[in-house]
Ligand binder design. Structure first.
Ligand SMILES: [Zn+2]
Ligand SMILES: [Zn+2]
Length: 440
């Protein structure tokens, strides 16, 4: 038996097989099959890479390519290196364009960011039951095009995380004002409706940073515009890590997109403001007429069950406001609980799971879709009990019980009393009525 030295297929046929590969990871797998398949690729690397890129990215390829072309020379877009907008890479792709293996890697890397953002966007604005994208082909294309276009705009005009110091930010803000016309001119290269789609994508990125800020108990939100101006990758990082870059100064007052959009509409001579233009990234919302399983109010996307309680963490800034009666004014107890809950490791999904287990016997079901109001009712009923369990697990101390338990009025105003007694308990005595004129 002799060993075959060449691949048992004609080179032209193999070339066609390469051309139909759906993505770069399949191409890599095929290249690893044998030296002879690799040799076929080596004979025609550009046409094969281009064909696979077109298969993987479809109509979004020109938008994705422009972002990596801009990234290659991003340090050229500043005052020190004047440039003309006409000289910037265009949103186009021809099959003769060379796409190197390093281009392919960067395309895939950026595409993962856009795909993860799309999954999150779909979960919040299209279909609450799945955190994988349920967008239709046309919705997905519009979303991705808007995000890539914003990314291109951000590379040319935006910030970098390293710019996070007061002097640098001051210079950048001045630069932002001076290049306002360039920013508007850049946006004028797109149809007006698609410019509003970019604004919608930016709104979504901003709300994602707000979510991360809420999840870590951050009240100071000056940095939101800055983070969005640093690009989609940083926004996604903030969401995934439930964390934000440290920040101790004033951020930019407004986002750096809306003023340019307003100008771009004025340049085109449109009388109406762009905010009133009817543009939606999503054509149809799945389950928009769905009702709360408990109170039967129609709430659509704003319904919650075990599949999306992980998202609750960035929706409720401070869970301790749901402690019962006067316990929610006990600053001492709330601070201890808040510190536990703003930890990036804290999971609102696990907390809700524990709470449903405690409340199962009285009819609460983790699989039911509940409106936000009903979720809050459950928290008011069970959050205290859950926190008692967590304190025990964390080995935190319990002082002696106050007679009046969570209904004690003194815990609100007397920090020493709040600290020296345990109020995570039922009252064992009736508290005397509040004095005349008292607000409780
Ligand atoms: Zn309800
Ligand atoms: Zn007390």
């Amino acid at each position: 038996m002799s060993l075959r030295k060449s691949f048992p297929l004609d080179e032209d046929i193999l070339h066609h097989v390469f051309d139909y590969l759906p993505d770069f990871s399949s191409l890599l797998s095929v290249l690893l099959v044998s030296k002879s398949t690799h040799a076929v690729f080596d004979n025609r690397p550009n046409s094969i890479t281009c064909a696979v890129a077109e298969n993987q990215f479809g109509p979004i390829l020109p938008h994705a390519l422009r972002v990596i072309r801009l990234e290659e020379r991003k340090h050229a877009y500043c005052k020190a290196h004047p440039y003309e907008l006409d000289d910037l890479p265009k949103e186009e792709h021809s099959s003769s364009e060379v796409i190197t293996s390093s281009d392919a890697c960067r395309l895939c890397k950026n595409s993962r960011v856009v795909a993860e953002l799309e999954g999150l966007f779909s979960w919040r604005y299209k279909d609450r039951t799945s955190n994988s994208s349920c967008l239709s082909n046309s919705e997905s294309f519009r979303f991705r095009r808007a995000v890539y276009r914003y990314w291109a705009y951000q590379i040319i005009f935006g910030y970098e995380l390293e710019d996070r110091n007061e002097d640098e930010l001051y210079v950048l803000e001045e630069e932002m004002e001076s290049n306002r016309h360039d920013r508007a001119s850049f946006l004028c290269t797109f149809p007006s409706q698609e410019v509003v789609e970019i604004a919608k994508a930016v709104d979504f990125l901003s709300s994602t940073v707000f979510w991360a800020a809420t999840a870590v108990g951050q009240y100071h939100t000056d940095f939101v515009n800055f983070i969005v101006a640093c690009g989609p990758r940083l926004v996604l990082d903030c969401y995934k890590k439930h964390d934000l870059p440290s920040w101790d100064m004033d951020g930019p007052d407004s986002d750096f997109v809306s003023d340019a959009i307003t100008d771009s509409f004025r340049i085109r001579g449109f009388p109406s403001s762009w905010e009133q233009t009817e543009v939606a990234l999503v054509d149809h919302i799945n389950g928009s007429g769905d009702r709360c399983d408990r109170c039967h109010t129609v709430k659509g996307l704003d319904l919650w069950n075990r599949t999306n309680y992980s998202y609750l963490k960035g929706r409720i800034r401070d869970f301790t406001t749901h402690f019962p009666k006067y316990l929610c004014y006990n600053g001492w107890e709330r601070l201890t609980a808040e510190l536990h809950m703003i930890d990036p490791k804290f999971s609102s999904a696990s907390m809700m799971h524990d709470i449903f287990e405690m409340a199962e016997s009285v009819g609460w079901n983790e699989d039911d879709w509940l409106c936000f109001g009903c979720v809050q009712l459950l928290l008011e009923e069970r959050l205290m009990q859950w926190w008692i369990e967590q304190k025990r697990k964390d080995g935190l101390p319990f002082e002696g019980d106050c007679w009046f338990g969570y209904k004690c009025r003194e815990q609100m105003n007397d920090e020493g009393h709040a600290r020296d007694f345990n109020h995570l308990c039922q009252p064992t005595r009736e508290q005397p009525p509040a004095p005349e004129g008292s607000y409780v």
